[in-house]
Every structure is written in C-alpha cells, then in structure tokens.
Design a protein around this ligand. Structure first.
Ligand code: SAH
Ligand code: SF4
Ligand code: F3S
Length: 474
C-alpha cells in the first residue's frame, strides 16, 4: 500500500524528469482477465483527466475489457476524479453511493478510484477507513500500472491503494483509445509549478515537465496520417512550455512546428497570462491552422487579490495583454476563468473584477465561488463573507458575463463560418461542431458530413449555441 502525502507532493527539486518509454506492460496472467467483461469510466474535471481516461480505456482494452456506457452492465467501474473544488468531491462521493448499491446485488463488480482526488490525503484516508468495499485506488503518476494494481487486489482479495506523491516523470508509449475520430488531445506538458495559493493542481499532478518537442510532433504527424482534423495541446500553463527543458525552444516554436505538420486545426489550453509572449501572438496570427481562440484565465481583477492568489500579474498587465492579442489577432475569441469570494475579497476588489469584465467583454467565462482546498496556503486565510454574499457576487458576475457572451454571439448572425462537424447533435437531423473561435453550432446535415470542416451560415442565435445551415461550395 502506498498512500499520498501532501508534504511530499509540495517538494520541488532541480532533478531532471526522466522520460520513460518502456514501463507499460500487461502481466501475462492479466491479458485475458477482462474477457467477456465490460468497463465503465466516469470522468470528472479538466481535459487532462479526459485524456487520462482515454489512456485508461486503452489499458483496460489491453486486458480484454470492452467499453459500456451503461453502469449496470459494467464488471469494472472506474471513477477518474477531480479535486479542484469541494463540489467535485461531493459529486464523486455521490456517485460512489450508486456504485455501492450496485455492488450489493452484483458482488464481483470491481470499483476503482483514480485521478486528482486519489492524490489527496484526506480522501484516501476516508476510502481506506469508510469505503473498504472500494477495490483499487491509484493516482495520476501511476495510471500505467493499472494492470499490476488490479492484479494485486485480485490476488490478495483486498483493497489495493497505490498512490505516489512525487515530482513525476514523463511516460511515453502509454496506449490511448481516443473518444473522437476527428479531434485529439495531446499532452505537451504535465504538472504545474505556479502554486497559485488557492489551487490543488501542483499537489495532485507533480512538477511542471514538458514532453520533448519531437515526441509531440510525431504524435501529431501520426494523427494527421489517421485523418484527424484537430489537436488540442494540453497543459496547465502551456505558455511555459519548454522552460524546464534547458533547450532554446518555447511554446511559440512548438506551435509553429505543430502548424507545419499540416493538421487542419490546432488549439491549446490553458494559457496563464504570466508567460504569454510576443512570439506566441506572432505565430498564432501567422498560421491559419492555429485557431483564433484563447482561454486566458483572469481569476480576479483586483491587484490586491491577484497578489494574494500568487498570480504574478496586475489588472493593468492583464488588460494590456488582452488588447495586444486583439490587436494582432482581431478575430480572436477570448474566454476566461474567474473566482469570486477569495479570502478577504472586499466589495471594491469585486468591483475591479467586474470592471475587467466590462473592459474585455469576454466571449464567455467560467465562474466559480472560491473553494478552500486542504493543504493550500489560501485555505489558511480568513474568509468572512457569508454564503449569501458569495452567491450574490457570483450571480452579479454571471449576469454581466452572460450579457457580453450574448453580445459576442449576436455578431455571428448571418455570418459564414468554418465548422468541424464532430458529432450527432441533440437537435434532430442535425450535426454539431465548433467554429474556429470555439462557438458551438448545430447544423442540418447528413451523417456523411461527420469529420468535415464545412462553411456554415449562422441563422439563429441561442443562449448557449448557434444554429446554422450548410453553405454548399460552388
Ligand atoms: N491552469 C489553469 C487553471 C486550471 S484549474 C490556469 O492557471 O489558468 C481551472 C480553474 O478552476 C481555474 O482557472 C480557477 O478559476 C478554478 N479554480 C482553481 N482552484 C479553485 C478553487 N480552489 N476554488 C475555486 N475555483 C478554483
Ligand atoms: Fe492551479 Fe495556478 Fe497551476 Fe493553474 S497555474 S494549475 S491555477 S496552480
Ligand atoms: Fe481537476 Fe485535476 Fe484537472 S484537480 S481540473 S482533474 S488537473
């Protein structure tokens, strides 16, 4: 048994991350363990977790399991969890209740917990003591060890917990079963060293470590060969890509090399304003296949709060960067993340946040009430706001955000925009996809159009999406 340790998780040394290419193996006796059996994965959290679930799916399929979307049908159920806010915890424990219920009638179901919550001391402590029926727990650093962890639990017929709190290495050659045939997630860096005072990610994902450019570019080239149309380059701070590699190669260089592979669409998340340099802006503007869409988390508009958060930029710097991006990439859609009710946030601080929203008029924003995370510095700061005050601030912010999101959408009416049709829409007879600027569009089109980038004339603006019709090429 290996348990997580927050103190260990915090440590950063100068040790270079290892690139490990041959650590994934399925033991012989596990190769058919899943024969005639089904797996179900529930994924919470960010795109990185979604991509991890694609790795886990491939690993389970290497053991003979096949995927099911029906929980009741599953022989193994995995919860790939997120730890970013308290409500992510609540959701996971709620779901665990359903699994327990199923296990009462179908005893041999295997239940596993992985992802960021598995890296948290208090969570694993409670699974160990109160959820003894959970079979396996593994973390973000060792998901490729799943066959061995499962074997331990089956052999010993008891709960197997294997979570390591380390800076982390880079594992290449872990199999992946992608959810989409057209869009792919590609990790470019793992972990985070920014240690924003409210955030748990540096503790759950280890230190910032960039994959080698060649490994990323080869992965994208293979995707091009397989007819993929879009890649999203993933990292907690993609703009800091390469800084840990000691080579003269930055995110701007990587974007350019990925653009040259000829893939139709390139996206990247998340951009921390701190490391967004001019070269990046220049490259995004230069290449048509780098999408004019930037997610640029603001978090707060108050200099005082930004400082307490450890974000290392000011309101003015953020707005200057925002304006610079808009100047060089005029059609760029910019979205953001905002936290309200950080400890000590006054009415004036909150007004500063509203003020930035009014200045930037974001295309959309994810907004959150601050949620204390055990072990982070902000969790020890005093928060005197009442629940009502917190909710009122969130409400007021959302009203403003939605107003500008709607204004941004209105500009699309009657415009012709490129859309990658990626799936069947909930709207009957329609396919759905996203514009280059990441607007969700429903289009009446036959299924044979799936996977195509088509021109669409926008005919109607809905609250969360756009409706459009195909514009046939002459
Ligand atoms: N690496 C990204 C953010 C990843 S987490 C960045 O630095 O921008 C996604 C979002 O969750 C954050 O941008 C933040 O707005 C929110 N978040 C993170 N920790 C939080 C907390 N403790 N309480 C509320 N929201 C939080
Ligand atoms: Fe969390 Fe900050 Fe790292 Fe983003 S940059 S993952 S908010 S610590
Ligand atoms: Fe959640 Fe972990 Fe992502 S905490 S947001 S799943 S990195």
């Amino acid at each position: 048994m290996n348990l997580p340790d927050l103190k260990e998780a915090k440590i950063r040394t100068n040790k270079k991350s290892r690139i490990i290419k041959d650590d994934y193996k399925v033991p012989n006796e596990m190769k058919n363990i899943g024969k005639n059996k089904k797996y179900y994965i529930k994924t919470y959290g960010c795109q990185m977790n979604v991509h991890d679930s694609e790795n886990i799916s491939a690993i389970l399929e290497d053991m003979g399991y096949v995927k099911t979307e029906d929980l009741k049908d599953a022989d193994i159920i995995l919860l790939n969890t997120c730890a970013i806010r308290e409500n992510a915890h609540n959701k996971m424990f709620g779901f665990l209740g359903r699994v327990k219920h199923l296990k009462e009638t179908k005893k041999d179901i295997i239940c596993g917990i992985c992802g960021c919550m598995a890296q948290e001391e208090n969570v694993v402590e409670s699974i160990k003591n109160k959820y003894k029926w959970v079979d396996i727990v593994f973390g973000t650093h060792n998901l490729h060890k799943l066959p061995n962890i499962l074997k331990e639990s089956i052999d010993k017929q008891k709960q197997e917990i294997d979570v390591v709190s380390i800076e982390g290495d880079i594992y290449e050659n872990i199999p992946v079963k992608r959810d989409s045939k057209y869009k792919a997630w590609v990790n470019i860096m793992l972990g985070c060293d920014k240690f924003c005072t409210y955030c748990i990610v540096p503790y759950t994902r280890g230190k910032q470590r960039s994959r080698m450019p060649i490994d990323i570019i080869n992965e994208v080239k293979d995707l091009v060969k397989d007819n993929y149309k879009e890649v999203t380059l993933l990292g907690q701070n993609v703009n800091a890509y390469g800084k840990d590699l000691n080579i003269d190669y930055t995110m701007g260089d990587l974007l350019e090399d990925v653009a040259k592979t000829g893939i139709d669409r390139i996206r990247f998340v998340t951009s921390h304003p701190w490391d967004f340099d001019d070269k990046m802006i220049e490259i995004i503007a230069k290449y048509d296949n780098i999408m004019p869409y930037i997610h640029l988390p603001l978090q707060s508009g108050s200099d005082r709060i930004l400082k307490l958060m450890g974000r290392r930029y000011t309101k003015e710097k953020y707005i200057n960067l925002f304006n610079k991006i808009k100047e060089y990439i005029p059609n760029a859609a910019i979205t953001t993340d905002i936290i309200v009710a950080f400890p000590g946030e006054t009415e004036d601080d909150f007004k500063d946040t509203l003020d930035v929203v009014k200045t930037c008029k974001f295309d959309s924003a994810f907004t959150f009430i601050y949620s204390p995370r055990e072990g982070t510095p902000a969790a020890r700061m005093e928060n005197t706001l009442t629940e009502e005050e917190k909710n009122n601030r969130l409400y007021e912010l959302n009203e403003l955000v939605n107003k500008y999101a709607n204004e941004a959408n209105q500009k699309y009416l009657n415009k012709i925009v490129p859309v990658l049709l990626e799936d069947i829409s909930e709207k009957e007879g329609n396919l759905m996809g996203y514009t280059d600027t990441m607007k969700l569009v429903n289009v009446e089109a036959p299924k044979s159009y799936l996977g195509k980038i088509v021109n669409v004339k926008i005919t109607d603006i809905k609250t969360w999406s756009l409706d459009g019709e195909l514009v046939e090429k002459n």
